[in-house]
Design a protein around this ligand. Structure first.
Ligand SMILES: Cc1ncc(COP(=O)(O)O)c(C=O)c1O
Length: 429
């Protein structure tokens, strides 16, 4: 019989062939063997309630049977063709019905790719080079997106600092970095550079930080004033905050948005979406060869991903889906609040019900530096206690899903109160 390797043995094997022992995403000592509903199991058989949900895509939970059926129906017909397929068109039609800014769509395979093309598209449309990005904003791994993503020693705004080696200095020169939620700074930055700026790219909820009332509208107004393309990165918030995404939820419509995660139903599929006159730059016949954006990808509009996405969206459209998701999130937020309020540690629960985190700090969390200055040791202890208590999550985010059931809430409540007791002990010492 074949020997079953432990997680530690797999980690040793991975170390040989994968730099840093993993895929670059998550704690490389953890191997997930399978998932069902709101639960995942690691290679050693430990069971967890999953509040990571694949970093966002598995909003319906793992192994949803209707989604599986759609995939199983597609697979025998073929897995990828490079040519158009009808499921990809149907999914594009549904996204254009749902998302306020969406008149047309171009598929790619990852959210980071979508962000990279959205920036290039804005440059092609405006004929300008500069990009406004917010410090701490995450837009994938392109050179532009790596600017001031997670600086440990923040510099003076609007100076861009690369968070990765291998990026030419010339890229920083085209980036203008601003603090999220700072109304006055954006006004003054654009009064100086506005006519050179191609795009403002923003996560409408920056990681977990909500926009202050009026901030997204200010970006909309300032973009209009200077002829700048406003891009919402909705890779996370799309089809999560509402069926129409954060733009529906917050009531501000960008010119372009990027989507990923939920729209692929767990498969690699993402998209740049937006107004037709801007999207026209993907069509050389409309804009002419000089203003055309060459863009193609082997797996773009993959039919298996498209049917998984279509079925996922169909389920999300059913009555009560978003009420239930938000209700699940509110229950988790309340649990965290009850547990943490017993200690004297300063904390806040920051975010929206469908995506939030406990941040151990007193001053209001409005931008990246407020999170940077929070108590990271307390956060590490909180997350470690949750993991020990059978809850699987990343250290910076809590992602509720629609699959959570009563027993899952019981596990989470116990784990969170354990984290609360530890926080209490810590705050007394
Ligand atoms: C806001 C945001 N944009 C873009 C991305 C990149 O998406 P992907 O990992 O699919 O490239 C992520 C990934 O988590 C994200 O959170």
């Amino acid at each position: 019989m074949e020997k079953i390797l432990t997680q530690a043995e797999w980690a040793a094997r991975a170390q040989e062939v994968l730099p840093a022992g993993g895929f670059g995403n998550f704690d490389p000592s953890v191997f997930i063997s399978h998932g069902k509903g709101a639960r995942v199991w690691d290679q050693d058989g430990n069971e967890f309630v999953d509040l990571l949900i694949g970093s966002g895509p598995m909003l319906l939970g793992h192994g949803n049977e209707e989604v599986q059926e759609a995939i199983f129906e597609q697979i025998p017909k073929g897995m990828t063709f490079f040519a158009n397929n009808t499921a990809g068109v149907e999914l594009a039609e549904e996204i254009c019905r749902a998302v306020p800014c969406a008149q047309q769509l171009r598929y790619v395979s990852s959210g980071g790719e979508a962000d990279m093309y959205a920036l290039r598209l804005a440059r092609a449309f405006t004929g300008r080079d500069k990009i406004v990005k917010f410090e701490g904003g995450y837009h994938g791994m392109s050179a532009e997106a790596q600017m001031s993503l997670a600086p440990t020693h923040p510099s003076n705004f609007p100076q861009a600092i690369p968070d990765s080696a291998g990026i030419p200095e010339s890229v920083s020169a085209e980036m203008l970095i601003a603090p999220f939620n700072d109304f006055a700074y954006i006004r003054s930055l654009l009064s100086e550079y506005g006519s050179d700026v191609a795009a403002i790219i923003v996560e409408p909820l920056q990681r977990i930080i909500p926009p202050l009332p009026g901030f997204l509208q200010l970006l909309r107004d300032e973009a209009d004033k200077y002829g700048i393309v406003l891009i919402f990165d909705e890779v996370v918030t799309g089809f999560r905050f509402a069926y129409g995404g954060a733009q529906e939820h917050y009531g501000v419509t960008p010119d372009l948005c990027t989507l990923g995660k939920v729209i692929g139903g767990g498969f690699p599929l993402a998209a740049v979406v937006g107004k037709a006159d801007i999207m026209a730059h993907f069509d050389a016949k409309v804009v002419g060869r000089d203003k055309w954006l060459m863009q193609l990808g082997t797996l773009s509009g993959n039919p298996v991903a498209s049917v998984a996405g279509l079925k996922t969206l169909e389920i999300l459209r059913r009555d009560g889906s978003y009420e239930k998701l938000n209700q699940n999130g509110r229950m988790l937020m309340a649990m965290a609040d009850r547990a943490m309020s017993k200690s004297d540690l300063p904390y806040q629960i920051v975010g929206e019900p469908s995506l939030f985190e406990v941040v151990f700090t007193d001053p209001p969390v409005r931008s990246y530096r407020d999170v940077l200055n929070a108590d990271t040791k307390a956060s590490t202890r909180y997350n470690a206690a949750l993991r020990r208590g059978g809850v699987f999550k990343s250290s910076g985010k809590t992602y509720p899903s629609l699959a959570l059931e009563e027993a899952d809430f019981g596990t989470i409540e116990n784990a969170i109160s354990m984290a609360g007791t530890l926080a209490l002990e810590y705050s007394k010492n």
